[in-house]
Write a protein that binds this ligand. Structure first.
Ligand SMILES: [Zn+2]
Length: 412
């Protein structure tokens, strides 16, 4: 059996070097779109530790392809083989290829990853109970899941602490590989399960003092990070959410993506404020004034509707039917029907009709509105009923209903 040739990773020793040459060591031609190659060396970072895979291009004599994914060999993790998924041509084993990692994707991934370390450290400095349980850096909106139930105010305090730190203190990246027996010398934010040699990602301030640098954050991590912490800024908390397990998910953005989001949000606020002939800082007051004026308008409309209804009610025709006075009011707005039924003139029977065949009946003591309406609706092909004093229903034949009601009142 021939042992697979491991891929020499170039991204740790020279993370800024995005162009490289290498030889193709293995080729896998699968179903459409799943062709992949292993290389003797690679600057493409394989997905891992929460950091997305690098993408980019491969070229060789007579061919070219896009690298759409980079993964460590999953079947044989100890092999050290890194696979590059290709879209395009496929080189042959032994071909010399030139790889170029997409700089923008890589930089954004490094900003997210560094932002995650730095923000987690800011929370940890506020309260050591705010420990990281999980992280997500797949999308521009990243997440850290924290124990200790931090509030929105805590998130703001962490963001402020980090902003002031990044703005005032040059924190340099240093990555070191140390034997696990030496870990006690470093203030690790999170204990690590890694044994043997541990890669530490450190953001620290040079003090010039004999006792060495001032650690800001020390994490055991296999990912890639920006060379200066400030390059991950701004780090902006978008929101917090309570999730299962008593954890709090902090959703944040880092670097250029965060700056773009802040700028877009500001422009949107400015455009909205301009419709009030105001600036963004006046927006809250303007919207509050608008709400207040809307409430006033609603109260006014309601008062006008009542006044109009009282007028219509007084003008509605009245007829004497046996012992009863029947007033018939026809409305144009069905929404006014319940209001009319709450204003039945004393001693009168009030029939209210509205568009859509909606009807209501109000009666004085001695006459059961629910029963009278139900019987009259039965005659006119409708349905409804109600209480002794007021009832409502619907009929396809309002004239028939009125005739049935007149007959019932005359007879009773
Ligand atoms: Zn990391």
């Amino acid at each position: 059996m021939i042992l697979p040739i491991p891929t020499q990773p170039l991204y740790y020793a020279a993370p800024a070097e995005l162009t490289f040459t290498a030889l193709v060591t293995q080729v896998e031609v699968g179903p459409s779109g799943s062709n992949r190659v292993a290389l003797s060396a690679s600057a493409f970072y394989p997905e891992g530790g929460g950091q997305n895979a690098d993408v980019g291009d491969l070229t060789w004599a007579g061919g070219e392809a896009q690298v759409t994914d980079t993964q460590k060999d999953k079947a044989d993790k100890a092999s050290g083989v890194i696979w590059h998924t290709l879209s395009g041509d496929v080189p042959e084993v032994g071909a010399a290829v030139r790889g170029v990692v997409d700089a923008r994707t890589r930089w954004h991934n490094m900003q997210r990853h560094s932002g995650e370390h730095l923000l987690a450290q800011a929370f940890f400095r506020l309260d050591s109970r705010f420990a990281v349980a999980a992280v997500g850096m797949r999308n521009a909106e990243c997440t850290i899941d924290l124990a200790g139930q931090p509030t929105d105010a805590d998130a703001q305090a962490a963001e402020t602490l980090l902003r002031e730190t990044l703005g005032r203190t040059p924190l340099k990246l240093r990555t070191v590989e140390v034997p696990e027996t030496e870990l006690a010398r470093y203030p690790l934010r999170r204990s690590t399960k890694v044994t043997g040699t541990v890669r530490l990602v450190i953001f620290e301030a040079e003090t010039g003092a004999a006792d060495g640098p001032l650690f800001f954050d020390v994490s055991a991590c296999g990912g890639l990070h920006v060379p200066w912490a400030a390059m991950a800024g701004p780090v902006t908390v978008l929101r917090t959410e309570r999730i299962k397990g008593g954890l709090t998910r902090v959703v944040f953005m880092a670097g250029e993506a965060a700056a773009e989001r802040l700028a877009d949000t500001y422009q949107a606020a400015r455009a909205l404020a301009a419709t009030f002939s105001a600036g963004p800082s006046d927006l809250t007051a303007r919207v509050e004034a608008l709400r207040s004026s809307q409430r006033d308008g609603e109260a006014q409309r309601s008062a006008l509707r009542s006044a109009l209804l009282r007028h219509d009610l007084a003008a509605a025709p009245v007829e004497e039917l046996g012992a009863w006075r029947l007033r018939v009011l026809s409305l144009t707005d069905p929404a006014s029907l319940p209001i009319a039924l709450s204003a039945v003139p004393a001693g009168e029977v009030l029939l209210v009709t509205a568009p859509g065949g909606k009807v209501g009946l109000g009666t004085p003591p001695g006459l059961h509105a629910g029963e009278v309406l139900r019987q009259a609706l039965a005659v006119s092909g409708g349905q409804g009923g109600g209480k002794p004093d007021v009832a409502q229903g619907q009929t396809p034949d309002p004239d028939g209903l009125l005739r049935a009601l007149r007959a019932a009142l005359t007879a009773s």
